[in-house]
Design a protein around this ligand. Structure first.
Ligand code: 0PR
Length: 379
């Protein structure tokens, strides 16, 4: 580090050079990401809360109220007005908190957690950190978890089951209703990872799509991850963890004797209130209608792309939400050629090409994508 500082202008110049190397959502070519441009209002709100710290909530009572209100609003979206929880850094932290509660609640030696083979890798991190054995149940052909295989994998040491409601790779929703029954019968904690789907599924239902139940209306569901920084249009970092009731929090309570609030439940100590305030603002500003319109826009474009891909003879999976997966015997070459044309796509673990149709993907981008794909296929 140099002795004397440099001018703001010089610093900004360095920043500008770095920032120019970043890709931009607004170019409409990022088809691999579950994040998007934050809502324009989010940018304004975030700045107002830069100094707020929910790790010392007694100093920031107003901001803490905004976090509590956000959780209330998300709880009502997920069929539970009594839900409690936190706006955290993202889905990884939310999933970690859920398994933390599940492990401590069960208090078993050598605890095990059953997830689907398509579960997000954050659950591998969480189980590793918590000293839990992660057991993967097989997926069915439709890419939702095979309930019979979940049952087979449940044993004496099982303390939790994790369901996906909007799987990362395929956007599929597990049969949470069946998993909820199992959880109730066996006395096992059920966590639903709706990091992506939480801001999609409730609105799909309103729009007339047939979607599975996944939320607190199912009695066996103990907690849900729902991320404002994905389809919630909020800023990074904004994740959401909701628990069915306050009782569950006692399993992760830590004393913070010298602070304004005497106990903490979150993993982080010092944590920004800006994410909570921004999330609250968007929930109020957009309302259900705003989010429903957002989902409709993404789904209309997803279906347009689905139809075009089918027309091209691609092996496309019927989408559950705004995630499209297709296969081709030359998928390797196709994704490489798409990259040469500037398209950022991703691949599933089975090698299919995966596209996430986020709000920054406009109809014209889809038309261009299809044109480019046709061109690649011709050669
Ligand atoms: N659960 C599910 C179902 C997820 O899809 C993700 C992330 C997580 C949990 C973890 O969330 P955080 O990343 O917020 O901790 N899914 C995306 C993925 O892995 C994250 C992502 C987002 C990756 C934007 C790339 C990107 O550009 O694909």
């Amino acid at each position: 580090m140099q002795e004397d500082g440099i001018s703001e202008k010089e610093v900004l110049k360095i920043l500008g050079l770095s920032r120019r190397k970043d890709l931009k959502y607004s170019d409409g070519k990022i088809l691999s990401s579950m994040c998007t441009m934050p809502h324009i209002f989010a940018r304004k709100v975030y700045r107002f809360f830069l100094e707020t710290n929910l790790g010392d909530a007694g100093l920031f009572k107003g901001t803490k109220e905004l976090e509590d209100q956000s959780i209330k609003l998300l709880g009502s979206l997920l069929s539970n007005k009594d839900a409690c929880g936190f706006i955290v850094s993202g889905g990884t932290e939310a999933n970690l908190m859920a398994l933390w509660v599940a492990r401590n609640k069960a208090g078993k030696e050598k605890p095990e957690v059953v997830v689907s083979e398509g579960a997000h890798f954050s659950l591998e991190k969480a189980s590793n950190l918590l000293g839990m054995k992660l057991i993967k149940a097989r997926n069915k052909k439709d890419r939702s978890v095979d309930i019979n295989d979940v049952k087979k994998n449940i044993g004496e040491k099982t303390v939790a089951i994790v369901a996906s409601a909007g799987s990362t790779e395929y956007g599929t929703i597990d049969d949470v209703e069946a998993l909820s029954e199992i959880a109730l019968n066996e006395g096992i904690y059920l966590h639903v990872d709706a990091a992506f789907g939480g801001f999609v599924i409730p609105f799909l239902r309103d729009l007339g799509y047939e979607v599975r139940k996944f939320d607190f209306s199912l009695r066996g569901v103990s907690s849900i991850t729902i991320d404002p920084h994905k389809m919630g249009l909020s800023v990074i970092p904004s994740g959401g963890i909701l628990f069915r009731n306050r009782e569950l929090l006692k399993y992760i309570e830590t004393e913070a004797p010298y602070l304004t609030e005497k106990v903490q439940h979150t993993i982080l100590g010092t944590r920004s209130g800006a994410s909570a305030a921004t999330t609250f603002s968007l929930l109020k500003l957009l309302g259900k209608k705003g989010y429903r319109d957002n989902v409709k826009k993404c789904m209309d474009r997803t279906i347009l792309l689905y139809n075009e891909l089918k027309e091209l003879g691609m092996d496309v999976l019927k989408p559950t939400m705004n995630i499209l997966v297709f296969n081709h015997n030359k998928a390797d070459i196709i994704s490489q050629k798409l990259a040469e044309k500037g398209w950022v796509t991703s691949r599933t673990r089975s090698g299919e090409i995966r596209l996430v149709i986020m709000p920054h993907i406009r109809e014209e981008n889809i038309i261009q994508f299809i044109e480019d794909l046709k061109d690649i296929l011709k050669r």
